[in-house]
Design a protein around this ligand. Structure first.
Ligand code: GAP
Length: 452
């Protein structure tokens, strides 16, 4: 399996992801998407939206604001509860997440441990700063929300949203009143979230600015378990349907002391990275926590009126919550392969065609003899249906390799025979086999190979 360090430099080399503000030395936890990366991440975003919103009559989408009224985060519990435990080196001033440091050094689990217990573990085991071996200070709570000011002058202090979910709860009543949805139904959203992580690391895994793809499904209390099972299964299968290797994917249930403040039950869909099994998506039974809290803090009635029973109640919520960037990282790790071909290393991204940036690349075999003109004709034919790459310079072998590295499923080559019989060669990324296809049948052929 590719290491995160190798993947990070590969992504930069191939225009997939760049460190943000790189010319100023970068900023930890922030990344920019390059020309290839933006196409891929857009494809993942669209696949999720299609699977969740467009394929289900009982789910609608919204797009909420990033900055909200500060009371939202008091009500949600984030002001009090959204904390990690920080420990600082007294000598070099480097800051660490206390639980991560203990887990790495002592190889023990720390889920659910609080400030005092973490402090005791550090002191008892005489843990030192991993960077300079200096003495560590005391463990402190650290709230992960980014503060900002709204308005001129001193303004009003509020926060950048640390999860997209709250915007869905804030709009629950608006959606009920304006759509024809009846419980059970869901509201989905994709958007930015911000967390001031103490130690962002592992590339896109732990970032400070990232995107979430979240869906909140509103149900009657007695149906919560049934829909929890349903969404857990559906979400697991979504990854498999887009080609993730099943042996690298598992579901893990949270033990009680690990549960977030809002959760009655939670499972993580985990992927086996080179740094261990890690969460890529959470499915949570949030009970009636969120709507009850917002009702309490806003003093607005957020109950749902059931026309059948004529009863009002606060619905329970089943949440599916995935990090788009983390999911992208998962697809990249899973797809990255190195092989030996005729004694040379070949890097190939065996990524699902639906996620690949370009679906095909179009090349004239040589840059003369009328082949580029014919190749542009083919490009004009295909570009209306699939995003294609076009390149007429350099050795054909190199052009193929470049496409293999960014995961382009097919390379279409226009050669001298094309001018005689109107056929092209179509090369398969994974098998490297080539077959001749009539230009008239090319679109059909590509469509079948890409999506069947
Ligand atoms: N609304 C529930 C919620 O936000 P979470 O487990 O804190 O739950 C959900 O986050 C998902 O968001 C995670 O499974 C992960 O994919 C992604 N995520 C969380 N923190 C992240 C970070 N710092 N960088 C990248 N992705 C992150």
């Amino acid at each position: 399996m590719v290491s995160i360090e190798e993947l990070t430099s590969f992504c930069k080399r191939r225009g997939i992801i760049f460190p943000s503000s790189e010319i100023y030395g970068g900023l930890a936890g922030f990344f920019d998407y390059g020309p290839i990366g933006i196409e891929m991440i857009n494809n993942i975003r669209n696949e999720w939206w299609k699977a969740i919103v467009h394929s289900n009559l009982d789910i609608v989408g919204i797009n909420g604001a990033i900055i909200t009224h500060p009371k939202v985060w008091e009500a949600s519990g984030h002001v009090d509860e959204f904390i990690d435990f920080l420990v600082e080196c007294k000598k070099c001033k480097e800051k660490f997440r206390a639980d991560h440091l203990i887990e790495e050094k002592l190889k023990i689990k720390t889920e659910g441990l609080k400030e005092k217990e973490l402090n005791e573990l550090i002191k008892k085991n005489k843990l030192k700063c991993p960077k300079c071996k200096g003495e560590l200070g005391d463990v402190h709570e650290f709230n992960l929300m980014f503060k900002t000011k709204v308005g001129p002058g001193d303004g009003e202090t509020t926060y950048l949203r640390p999860e997209t979910a709250q915007l869905i709860y804030l709009n629950f009543k608006n959606v009920v009143d304006t759509s024809r949805q009846k419980i059970p139904f869901g509201i989905a959203q994709i958007g930015k979230a911000f967390r001031n992580e103490i130690s962002p690391r592992n590339f896109l895994f732990r970032m400070r600015e990232f995107e979430q793809m979240e869906m909140q499904y509103f149900v009657k209390k007695e149906d919560a378990s049934k829909f929890f099972e349903k969404w857990q299964k559906a979400r697991f299968e979504w990854y498999l349907s887009l080609g993730i290797n099943k042996k690298n994917l598992r579901v893990r249930e949270h033990v009680k002391k690990e549960l977030a403040h809002y959760a009655k039950k939670a499972v993580d869909i985990e992927y086996k990275f080179d740094f261990g099994w890690k969460e890529i998506e959470g499915i949570h039974n949030r009970g009636d926590w969120d709507l009850s809290q917002h009702e309490k803090f806003s003093k607005k009635d957020l109950k749902y009126f059931d026309e059948e029973t004529k009863k009002k109640f606060i619905p329970w919520i089943i949440e599916t919550s995935a990090g788009l960037d983390r999911v992208f990282l998962t697809f990249l790790v899973d797809a990255y392969h190195e092989e030996k071909v005729k004694g040379e290393k070949r890097i190939v991204l065996k990524i699902h065609p639906k996620i690949a940036a370009y679906k095909a690349a179009i090349f004239p075999l040589v840059n003369k003899d009328g082949l580029p003109e014919k190749a542009r004709e083919v490009y004009n034919l295909v570009k209306g249906c699939f995003l294609c790459f076009y390149d007429e310079k350099g050795s054909i072998g190199r052009r193929y390799r470049r496409m293999d590295e960014i995961g382009t499923p097919f390379c279409i080559t226009i050669d001298h025979q094309t001018l005689e019989d109107n056929t092209v060669t179509v090369r398969n990324r994974d098998t490297m086999e080539q077959k001749r296809v009539k230009i008239d049948e090319l679109l059909n052929e590509l469509y079948k190979s890409l999506y069947s």
